[in-house]
Design a binder for this molecule. Sequence first.
Ligand code: PMP
Length: 435
Amino acid sequence: APLPDRDRQLLARRAKTIGPYSPLFYDRPRHFVSGDGVWLTDADGQRYLDAYNNVPHVGHANPRVADAVCAQLNTYNVHTRYLSEPVVDYAEQLLATFDAPLDRVYFTNSGSEANELALRIARHRTGRSGVIVTDHSYHGNTIALASLTTGLTVSEPFGQHVRTINIPDLDDPRRADPGEQLAAAFAEIDQAIASLEKDGHGLAALLIEPAFSTEGLPRLPEGYLPGLVERIRAAGGLVIADEVQAGLGRLGDVWWGHQATGISPDMVTLGKPLGNGYPLGGVVTTQAVLEDFSSANMYFNTFAGTPAAAAAGKAVLDELKDRDLLARTGGLGRHVAGRLRELAARQPRVAAAKGRGLFFGLALVDEDGNPDSPLAKRLVEALVRERILISRIGPNDNVLKIRPPLVIERDELDHVIDTLDSALAAETRTVGTHQ
Ligand code: PMP
């Protein structure tokens, strides 16, 4: 059906103000006017199951978060150069979710600001400038971060001080066996470090997502992450774990992605879900790193970590704890993983079930076993027609990305998987007869 006049006019006004390049999901853009838990309602009153958005971590329009922010805004809200009890309370509660020695936090307004600050800290701490990232990653929108973006199109020249590494994935049938992948991956890291040293940049930091979500949720060979971290530390670099997407209980059972992998970063960067939509991010680090940087730099950030932001953050932590959402996410994730593995075994176009907790997906391939990005796109469109929101990721854009608010129910997850199962059957059947 064509877009209603109302939405066509809105699209035209949007193009004339925000610009036609500002991305919109779906062939037919959706126009939402309200939300509740995992549900979004469009301007025609149709309800959509949101299985994609991770900013509304504890649900759209969560009343506890909204009320906490309103109450704080109705009381007072100042920047951080005054003493403020709600801010310190929240910092203590947030830091209690981390393991020693991570016990200090800088607040920011976004994931980009957090990664930008983490790089700045690493440059100061090491006196070097080199950064290693993966070959399909995104860490934010500042100049420093655009200069190391590999996962989407940017015009900023790629930094001469940046080297990329490829992330092994045991689910990729085109790649060598685990032992060979691991050896090749370690050789690549050593080469990246040597190249930074040879060119005079030296190594300041490794910046990675421990869950590698932008990279398509690869299944890593045993020992890969510890080996990577060991090599970075041996070269004097700091390890920055970008937990903007996969942190705060998303992976189930643990608070942070790095806790699930057993690595111990020097800095962890936070964003998206932290304030459930109220802007809130941060860099969590050690006392030694904070003192080294802050004794030489006056870091001030007007809107970051205000009492209102802290109220949002605290309400999110309270929801996660009171509703036992970490353990619940772990349990739901195991249920989903079992169902996806069954689906992958039965559907020839599904190469692998990916992910952990409530961050999961399916890697799709064509009849010859090659990554099938058009099929992934058709499935995303098929699901939105069934009023379910998902997306896709990975270097080949062939991995379905399913990442619902953590308050999703088990029968709602089953509905997503059942709908995917039938859409997959329908889509692959259609293609077969048309070819
Ligand atoms: N890191 C990762 C892994 C992200 O996914 C994003 C946002 N997509 C960012 C950083 C940047 O966060 P923000 O958009 O809040 O600046």
